[in-house]
Design a protein around this ligand. Structure first.
Ligand code: SAM
Ligand code: DTB
Ligand code: SF4
Length: 319
C-alpha cells in the first residue's frame, strides 16, 4: 500500500484521473479510501472568524478583502477576545466537533499583542480537548515555532488554485509566498491543512495542477479542504455560475486517490449540495466537513442535519 503514496505526479496523470468515467473514478477512490481509512469516521471541524474583514489582500473570491468592502458592505471587526473565542469553542465541543479552526482576515501574522492573544486562544482550545487549527495568512519560521509551542495542531493555508491560474485570482501575493508559509508550518512540526477552491473560472487542467502541487509536497497535507466557490455578492466573482455537484465529487475522488492518507474535507459550498450529493462525496473519499451553522462570513449546513446525514450514511463521528 505504501507504494500508493507518491510525490511524483505529473499534471497529465492527475488530469487523466480527474476525467475518468465518473463511476470508475468513484470506484477507484472508494477502493483507496477503504484501504487507508478503515474506521469510517468523519471529522467535524468547527470554524470561527476571530477577526473579520478589512484584509489588505485582493483575493477575488473573498468577502473579507478591503478591496471589495464598498461593494460587499462587510464591516471590519476587531480581533475577538480570548474568552469569547473559548466560549464558542466550548459550544463546538458540546455539539460534537473534534477540531476548532480559527480564521483571521490577515495578510500575514504580525508579532505583538494580537498574535499573543491568538496563542492564548490556541492554548485554551487545546485545554478543552479539541484539536486547534488557525488560518492567519503568511507565517514566518519563528512565528510557526511559537504556534507549535502553543500546541497548535494544524495550520490552514490554501493554495486555492493552480500556479498557472493564480494571478487571475489574487495579485497582492504570489504562489511561492503560499508554499513558503506551508513550509514554515511543516518545519515547526505543525500539521498542514491546505487545499483549494473550484468554480473560479479554472480549467480541469488547473484543477489537476492544483492537486498535483499538494500531492507532490514532501509530505502530504494531513487535511485537504476542497471548497466550491461561494459567490459572495459584491466580490469580483459574484456572477460566476455555481459548481456542478458532480465536479465536486470528481475533485474529492481525485484528491483521495493522489493523497490516500489525508483527510479530504468537503468544505465551502456544501450547503448547496443535496443529501445524495454529499453522500456521493463521502463515497468518493471525503471524510471531514466544516461543522456549525456558519463558515467565516457565510452560512453552513445545520448541525442536526449533518449528524443525521452521517448516521444515515452509516458513518461515525471522529473523536
Ligand atoms: N487570510 C487567510 C488566508 O487567506 O490564508 C485566512 C482566511 S481565508 C478566508 C481562508 C480560505 O478560505 C481561503 O484561502 C479560501 O480558500 C477560502 N475561502 C474564502 N472565501 C471563500 C469563498 N467565497 N468560497 C470558497 N472558499 C473561500
Ligand atoms: C477552507 O478551506 N475553507 C474555510 C477555511 N478553510 C478557513 C473558509 C471558507 C470560507 C467560505 C466563505 C465565507 O464564509 O466567508
Ligand atoms: Fe484576506 Fe484570506 Fe480573504 Fe485573501 S482569502 S482576502 S488573504 S482573508
Amino acid at each position: 500500500m505504501s507504494d500508493m503514496i507518491r510525490h511524483d505526479w505529473s499534471v497529465d496523470e492527475v488530469l487523466e484521473i480527474l476525467e475518468m468515467p465518473l463511476l470508475d473514478l468513484v470506484d477507484r477512490a472508494r477502493a483507496v479510501h477503504k484501504g487507508f481509512h478503515k474506521d469510517g469516521t468523519v471529522q467535524l471541524s468547527s470554524l470561527i472568524s476571530i477577526k473579520t474583514g478589512g484584509c489588505p489582500e485582493n483575493c477575488g473570491y473573498c468577502s473579507q478583502s478591503a478591496h471589495h468592502a464598498k461593494k460587499t458592505g462587510l464591516k471590519k471587526e476587531a480581533l475577538m477576545s480570548v474568552d469569547d473565542v473559548l466560549e464558542k469553542a466550548k459550544l463546538a465541543k458540546e455539539a460534537g466537533a473534534n477540531r476548532f479552526c480559527m480564521g483571521a482576515a490577515w495578510r500575514k501574522v504580525r508579532n505583538g499583542e494580537e498574535f499573543d492573544r491568538v496563542l492564548e486562544m490556541i492554548k485554551g482550545v487545546k485545554k478543552l480537548g479539541l484539536e486547534a487549527c488557525v488560518t492567519l495568512g503568511m507565517v514566518s519560521d519563528e512565528q510557526a515555532k511559537r504556534l507549535a509551542e502553543a500546541g497548535l495542531t494544524s495550520y490552514n493555508h490554501n493554495v486555492d488554485t493552480s500556479p498557472e491560474h493564480y494571478d487571475k485570482i489574487v495579485t497582492t501575493r504570489n504562489y511561492k509566498d503560499r508554499l513558503d508559509s506551508l513550509e514554515a508550518a511543516r518545519k515547526a512540526g505543525i500539521k498542514l491543512c491546505t487545499g483549494g477552491i473550484i468554480g473560479m473560472g479554472e480549467s480541469n487542467r488547473d484543477r489537476a495542477s492544483m492537486l498535483r502541487v499538494l500531492a507532490n509536497l514532501e509530505k502530504h497535507p494531513e487535511s485537504v479542504p476542497i471548497n466550491a466557490l461561494v459567490a459572495v455578492k459584491g466580490t469580483p466573482m459574484e456572477n460566476l455560475p455555481p459548481v456542478d455537484s458532480l465536479e465536486l465529487v470528481r475533485m474529492v475522488a481525485t484528491a483521495r486517490i493522489v493523497m490516500p492518507e489525508s483527510r479530504v474535507r468537503l468544505s465551502a459550498g456544501r450547503s448547496n449540495l443535496t443529501k445524495e450529493a454529499q453522500i456521493l462525496c463521502f463515497m468518493a473519499g471525503a471524510n471531514s466537513i466544516f461543522y456549525g451553522d456558519k463558515l467565516l462570513t457565510t452560512s453552513n449546513n445545520d448541525c442536526n442535519d449533518d449528524k443525521a446525514l452521517i448516521e444515515e450514511a452509516g458513518l461515525k463521528i471522529a473523536s
